[in-house]
Design a protein around this ligand. Sequence first.
Ligand code: CA
Length: 222
Amino acid sequence: MHVLLVEDDSVLSDGIARVLKSYGIVVDIVDNGNDVEAILRRAEIAVLVLDIGLPGIDGFEVVRRLRQQGNNLPVLLLSARDAVQDRVHGLELGADDYLIKPFATAELVARIRALARRHHPKPVELAMGGLSLDTFAKRATVNGMSIELSVREWAVLEYLLQQASRVVSKQQIIDAILPWGEEVSLNAVEVYVSRVRLKIAGAAISIRTIRGFGYMLENATA
Ligand code: CA
């Protein structure tokens, strides 16, 4: 899952990003309201976490513009002020939820997941050939036995499963698993894929290498 965090307090945004990453959530950070639209055009964002008090256009204005454009991306407002009027105003403009600072990070994660789930009622479980990923509990099993995946390995496998039986390039994998602007080499993708292959070896699926291009996850042929 990919979240855009709009927060001008860099200490807070770094802290939030660290926590979200530990939950396997990919985070892009911008520190002002003006850059939001450009990022939304470039990346497939599942939830917008939006501070109200921002330099440039503020959080209220960001929400107002999005909704005016017919964009129904889930928005979670972060409010520094425990002012009922602010929260009412934000919700009336079209925000979906809010949190008052300071908040518990576990609550932030729970609300982000709830918003993503409501917006994208995708199956919670991705399964194929004995491999199963519970995308909300973050639990992976092969033939019913749990397997341990790093955050990156999980992201690669989740993406390949979503695109099962389709050829995906290494660059598409990078775009799907990393925040915009963060770089890893194509070689790193090969490393993630080879680790994932070992971990799902017991399942009746295989990640086929399409030489010079990328990969395809498919049912294993006997
Ligand atoms: Ca602020």
